[in-house]
Design a binder for this molecule. Structure first.
Ligand code: C2E
Ligand code: CA
Ligand code: CA
Length: 573
């Protein structure tokens, strides 16, 4: 009796353990999100476990029914699936494949495991079905990101370089040409800064979509970054000649791009073109050359196409060399200041001087500020150079003042980048104080193009400077926007008529009329006028006749070192 009770307890305990184990197994299977099929060869028992219904709308009770699965997978997957479901026929232990379901395009990983006894006969078969769609989508996205630019759908830079490389290899074999067009939207910063980057992105996208339509086997297009696109054309001729592509682009740009908020935006682009093998023979050199000539197109006034030529590259390389020397010059302070006198037209009395920087490089060669200032503006060197100019000029001015007590004005050329520095006004005030120069004794020059590019930001600063008593002068008038009507609201005191007007003011009737009306109008607005680049007596006399207030030019005085200005002052006093 005791023995029987013991046996019953033992059985019951084993049973409980079995139930627990089975529950545990089921829970593991169910939470795994996979489906399982179990088959026991000896008992010919088949069982579907866990998430079977997630994958298949039928159950399986007999091994033969496994073939039902073939109807559910895509055509191409049927044979591989058949092979993997019955791997025991080849004595294999396990194998995994991926199939796609026809109806919902779910991707399934099918893993088959066979368990064999000591005699190598299969005893159990376990098939696991796992949904891997999500992983595949992620993989697809990664693949997409490796080749394409997400914003525009065009190729990305890296992949484009590879494709261009293939074009170049093919062109080498087939003796063909490959053109690279470097496309940069004009004044994009104004859209991005003025309207926000969301609008900026929309514009980039819209242009990208337009370019996308042009792509084919012989035309690859990439979005490099921001507002920069690059087009590679294999054998550019006929319908896919560079001219045709450019014309298509220009035609599109004649119409506005309509944004989602209904706003219309007009765009232009500057395009640089370099061709294999003429410009360069490697992909990166081709892209670089195209970019360099694109900059040339920008400097020629934007909205233009520029083709590669050796002279542009030489100029670029020269600028790079100047840029490098410039960095050293800033460090070594290899600059000096020259001053060009300005005279009142009526009595030829000295009105003041314009401070003009001079740079002698290591070989003693004089490099013109017209060449190096734009480079210094690009690489940021203009900030230390500009501060040095103000400091040196005011130092010289303070000495003249001490020696001669002659009332005059010193004009300083200030670049846009300096104006935009948050501490610019403080810096000027600090140097004025240091050399005991009054704000009324200095004049800051600004060019028209700067004003137009950053109108609000800069006019606000100019107004503050004028409140302090500093004069503001509009330089190079006539070379830029040149509309008299916008002058009205400007916070300026003086207007400098550009040398290009003065050059032909005697010989050209139209220039005469324009110059006369500028002076007439400007005087009405209350500004003083300065004529720049006056080289002859004839020009001087004529400018006097039409009441131009001040004359600056080689006729009355070239730019000169501080000592020569002292001589001049000695004569004046
Ligand atoms: P700018 O401000 O228009 O200066 C006048 C330029 O015309 C000077 O050239 C001057 O030497 C030249 N010039 C004056 N009168 C005559 C003339 O009768 N005939 C001829 N052929 N030329 C005349 P420079 O000194 O070579 O300066 C060129 C430009 O470089 C300046 O043009 C100005 O934009 C810039 N620059 C010069 N110094 C500075 C500076 O300290 N800071 C900044 N930001 N720019 C400067
Ligand atoms: Ca000037
Ligand atoms: Ca000027």
């Amino acid at each position: 009796m005791e023995e029987l009770k013991y046996q019953i307890d033992l059985l019951s305990a084993m049973n409980q353990k079995l139930i627990r184990d089975e529950k545990m197994l089921r829970l593991i299977c169910e939470t795994s999100s996979s489906a399982f099929l179990y088959y026991n060869y000896e008992e010919k028992r088949i069982q579907t476990i866990a998430n079977w219904s997630h994958f298949f709308p039928f159950t399986i009770t007999d091994m033969k029914e496994l073939t039902k699965l073939y109807d559910f997978v895509e055509e191409k997957d049927v044979i591989p699936l058949r092979e993997v479901l019955f791997i025991e026929k080849q004595g294999m232990k396990s194998q995994t494949i991926e199939v796609k379901l026809k109806e919902n395009r779910i991707c399934i990983e099918v893993e088959v495991n066979i368990i064999y006894d000591e005699m190598s006969n299969p005893t159990d078969k376990i098939i696991r079905f796992k949904d891997v769609t999500k992983f595949n989508v992620q993989n697809d996205e990664l693949t997409y990101m490796a080749y394409y630019d997400l914003l525009t759908g065009l190729y990305n830079r890296n992949y484009f370089v590879r494709l261009l490389g293939e074009f170049v290899r093919r062109a080498q074999e087939e003796n063909e040409i490959v053109a690279v067009m470097f496309v940069d939207l004009d004044d994009f910063r104004r859209i991005n800064d003025g309207m926000g980057i969301i609008i900026g992105d929309e514009v980039v996208q819209a242009v990208g979509q337009f370019l996308f339509e042009m792509m084919n086997d012989n035309i690859h297009i990439a979005h490099f970054n921001s507002d920069v696109y690059c087009i590679a054309v294999y054998s550019p001729c006929g319908a896919r000649s560079v001219e045709t592509i450019y014309r298509t682009l220009k035609e599109r740009f004649k119409k506005p791009f309509v944004l989602t908020n209904g706003q219309e935006i007009y765009i232009t682009a500057s395009v640089g073109v370099a061709e294999y093998p003429e410009a360069a023979t490697t992909t990166l050199d081709l892209i670089n050359c195209a970019e360099i000539v694109m900059f040339k197109a920008k400097s020629l006034g934007k909205d233009k196409i520029q083709y590669f030529d050796g002279a542009i590259l030489d100029e670029f390389l020269k600028n790079v060399s100047i840029e490098n020397k410039l960095k050293e010059a800033v460090f070594a302070q290899n600059f000096t200041m020259y001053f060009q006198p300005q005279f009142r037209t009526a009595d030829k009395a000295l009105r003041g001087v314009e401070a003009l920087i001079r740079w002698k490089d290591d070989n003693g060669k004089m490099i013109s500020p017209a060449v190096f200032i734009p480079i210094a503006e690009k690489n940021g060197a203009i900030i230390p150079i500009g501060t040095w100019v103000i400091e040196e000029s005011l130092k010289a001015y303070a000495q003249w003042k001490k020696k001669f007590h002659y009332p005059m004005i010193i004009s300083l050329n200030i670049s846009a980048i300096q104006y935009k520095q948050p501490d610019f006004i403080d810096k000027v005030l600090h140097i004025l104080k240091k050399y005991e120069v009054s704000p009324y004794e200095i004049e800051l020059e600004i060019t028209e193009s700067i004003l137009i590019d950053d109108f609000e930001e800069i006019t606000e600063k100019l107004a503050v400077l004028r409140d302090i008593g500093i004069k503001i002068s509009l330089d190079d008038f006539g070379t830029g926007y040149s509309s008299l009507s916008y002058l009205k609201g400007l916070p300026i005191d003086t207007l400098k008529i550009d040398k290009s007007f003065i050059d032909t003011v005697i010989t050209d009737e139209n220039t005469k009329i324009i110059t006369e009306s500028i002076i007439y109008m400007v005087k009405k607005l209350g500004f003083e006028t300065i004529a720049e680049g006056v080289e002859t007596e004839e020009q001087f006399r004529y400018l006097n006749e039409i009441s131009c207030d001040i004359i600056q030019g080689f006729y009355l005085g070239k730019p000169m070192p501080s000592e020569d200005i002292e001589e001049l002052l000695a004569r004046e006093c």
